[in-house]
Design a protein around this ligand. Structure first.
Ligand SMILES: [Zn+2]
Length: 216
């Protein structure tokens, strides 16, 4: 290829003796980085009926690649880093901590379509508390991954239980799913609510009711 840069390049792959599992074939001119993925965006543009050479789309593959990196930037973040606690002043805290209506934006794993809404997160501290802004950053770590709504709530609740050793925790999420509203069954304006309850939030009816009242 280096000797004949202007000649077409052909390659035969015998998949019967292909020893690389599901690995992608990356041709020398594709490179790794974002260039490879941009080729797939060009394919997608063709697939939806567009002309990828149209002026307005010239920068689109690079922009899409960059945007998806950001939308999925939660995979390489560790909730433990965010939930580092300060114990100062936490000894006397035995009341429920609740942060209401934290906005989030994520994408469903079934269609990679946006779903977005708000989460109300509450927990009963056990000598450990975190800054309130940490709860929204925790939510963001999991929202910046492909998600299903139920799992998003469970992951946030489990992280709070695991890293704060909380006595109980609850996460109520209300969201609109564009895969439901803009296509398929087209249920416009419908909201989906889910809750994940752990510890005393699950087992103690008084605690659960207090939280669910506050989360309304
Ligand atoms: Zn979906």
């Amino acid at each position: 290829m280096e000797r004949f840069p202007d000649k077409p390049f052909y390659a035969l792959i015998d998949k019967r003796s292909w020893a690389h599992g599901d690995a992608w074939v990356v041709w020398p001119w594709e490179g790794n980085g974002s260039k490879g993925i941009e080729d797939h965006i060009v394919r997608l543009l063709q697939y939806v009926g567009e002309n990828p050479d149209r002026g307005g789309l010239a920068e689109t593959p690079a922009r899409v690649a960059k945007a998806w990196k950001e939308w999925c930037s939660g995979y390489d973040k560790d909730p433990a880093d965010i939930l580092k606690t300060f114990e100062d002043g936490a000894e006397g805290v035995d009341e429920m901590v609740v942060v209401k209506n934290i906005p989030f934006y994520t994408h469903c794993e079934h269609h990679m379509a946006p779903f977005f809404g708000t989460a109300t997160i509450g927990y009963l501290p056990n000598k450990k508390i975190v800054g309130l802004s940490k709860l929204s950053r925790l939510l963001d770590i999991y929202a910046k991954r492909l998600q299903v709504q139920e799992r998003l709530g469970c992951q946030v609740a489990d992280a709070i239980m695991d890293h704060l050793g909380a006595l109980g925790c609850g996460v109520v999420i209300t969201a609109r799913h564009l895969c439901m509203e803009s296509r398929g069954i087209c249920k416009q304006g419908s909201e989906t609510s889910t809750s994940a309850l752990r510890g005393l939030f699950k087992d103690d009816p008084a605690v659960r009711n207090e939280f669910l009242q506050l989360a309304r």
